[in-house]
Design a binder for this molecule. Structure first.
Ligand SMILES: NC(=O)C1=CN([C@@H]2O[C@H](COP(=O)(O)OP(=O)(O)OC[C@H]3O[C@@H](n4cnc5c(N)ncnc54)[C@H](OP(=O)(O)O)[C@@H]3O)[C@@H](O)[C@H]2O)C=CC1
Ligand SMILES: CC(=O)[C@@H](O)[C@H](O)COP(=O)(O)O
Ligand SMILES: [Mn+2]
Length: 386
């Protein structure tokens, strides 16, 4: 069956790789919707090539440029974030692949679930912010949430056929990022450019900074908690600098399963789109002889305080992960704009977590308000530092 895909964030790292996967399997997938924030030229190029039903540009000022460029094509063009949240409900869509970055992915995902669409979830922030509500909604609407994030795809692949076997623990692997083995004094002086230099993966700027600070692994722990219905004490992090073992599951008999492969996001993207089938591809294969040693070490939460803070937020529950996420988005943005240093990101997140209003059992509106409050607080904390 041909699956019609909506790609939210088609101009980003995951979005572009999703189009590569789709291009390899024209008999399995077609593009129904493409969306971007600002990258007009690339969006037009993608739309011209893949001929989707609809494109949306979030930045309304760019609507005319997109609309004019596609006027000769039978493609509907809309603008604004609210349009992204609407088009996901189109009858013709089978799968919504969420590859927008940050909190912006939440509302379209909620609407897509309510419209009964299968979700291929790359936007981990959605689960971090409101994992309880997303899980509940997906059960209510009988919608599958298929992980795209490489670690979660690995765990998902390990769990296929194990539905009746309880999980004892999962181990999320972390590359350790560009600053693995460094101390806090070193981290104080690192530059934007050094932090963006990930050893194994080529990704968007926000997630690359999260990987360098190990916040990415903290966000992934919270994501895993909701995707796989685990308690925080069932989730552990292990640093694996080669990024070949993408994560592991341990069952109650002590046996462990791991999923392995080269660090190439096209594999987990394709698995989420083709599940439960696997499709043949000619992507480069992993060769053991190229990696004679696969190594594992403990993550240092004293140096990488963001990882500690994320686990604290997960254990506290309620709206604390939403607060953590909002503060982190502000902190990363200011680090990328060279307003604050690398270690200051953790200080801002910690202070925001201390000062924000805690809600034990938040509603969806509470999450929206907490996100706004935490962003304002984090911004104030940064301004007061200056
Ligand atoms: N990259 C990777 O390998 C992995 C990414 N992920 C997750 O996937 C998501 C996407 O990551 P990645 O592809 O690296 O990010 P990128 O920054 O490369 O791409 C983000 C995409 O979202 C669009 N976008 C950004 N902000 C908005 C907004 N406010 N409204 C509408 N569209 C927006 C961008 O448009 P524009 O181009 O116009 O700015 C772009 O298309 C993140 O949540 C990340 O954590 C998870 C695992 C691996
Ligand atoms: C590719 C992917 O899934 C990223 O989330 C990756 O895990 C980032 O690498 P780190 O392990 O350094 O966070
Ligand atoms: Mn990941």
């Amino acid at each position: 069956m041909l699956k019609k895909i909506a790609i939210l964030g088609s101009t980003g790292s995951i979005g572009k790789q999703t189009l590569e996967v789709i291009e390899q399997h024209p008999e399995n997938f077609s593009v129904e919707v493409l969306t971007a924030n600002n990258s007009v030229e690339l969006l037009i190029e993608q739309a011209t090539k893949f001929q989707p039903n609809t494109v949306v540009i979030a930045n309304k000022e760019k609507y005319k440029q997109v609309s004019d460029a596609l006027s000769e094509h039978d493609i509907k063009v809309y603008a604004g974030e609210e349009s992204i949240a609407q088009v996901v409900q189109m009858n013709s869509i089978d799968i919504v692949l969420t590859a927008m970055v940050g909190f912006s992915g939440l509302l379209p995902t909620v609407n897509a679930i309510k419209a009964g669409k299968t979700i291929a979830l790359a936007n981990k922030e959605t689960m971090v912010v409101a994992g309880d509500i997303i899980t509940k909604l997906s059960l209510e609407h009988k919608v599958s949430i298929l992980p795209v994030d490489s670690e979660h795809s690995a765990i998902f692949q390990c769990l296929v056929g194990e539905y009746h076997n309880p999980v004892e623990k999962i181990y999320l692997t972390a590359s350790g990022g560009p600053f693995r083995g460094k101390d806090v004094e070193f981290l104080r002086k690192v530059t934007r450019c050094q932090a963006l230099n990930h050893p194994n993966w080529s990704m968007g700027d926000k997630i690359t900074i999260d990987s360098a600070s190990l916040m990415n692994k903290g966000l992934e722990a919270i994501e895993a908690r909701w995707l796989f219905g685990l308690r925080p004490d069932q989730i552990d992090i292990v640093v694996h600098p080669q990024s070949i073992v993408h994560s592991l599951v341990q069952f109650e008999d002590g046996s462990m399963k791991a999923q392995m492969g080269l660090p190439d996001m096209r594999l987990p993207i394709q698995y989420a789109l083709s599940f439960p089938e696997r499709l043949k591809v000619n992507f480069e294969r992993f060769n053991f002889l190229d990696y004679p040693s696969l190594t594992f070490e403990k993550a240092d939460i004293n140096v990488f305080r963001n990882l500690y803070l994320a686990f604290e937020a997960m254990k506290k529950g309620g709206n604390m992960p939403c607060i953590l996420n909002a503060a982190n988005e502000i902190a990363v943005d200011h680090f990328l704009n060279k307003n604050i240093g690398f270690v200051e990101m953790s200080e801002i997140i910690e202070k925001t977590m201390e000062r924000s209003t805690f809600i034990d059992t938040p509603t969806f509106d509470d999450y929206l308000n907490s996100n706004t409050e935490a962003r304002e607080l984090a911004t104030q904390i940064i301004m007061n530092k200056k």
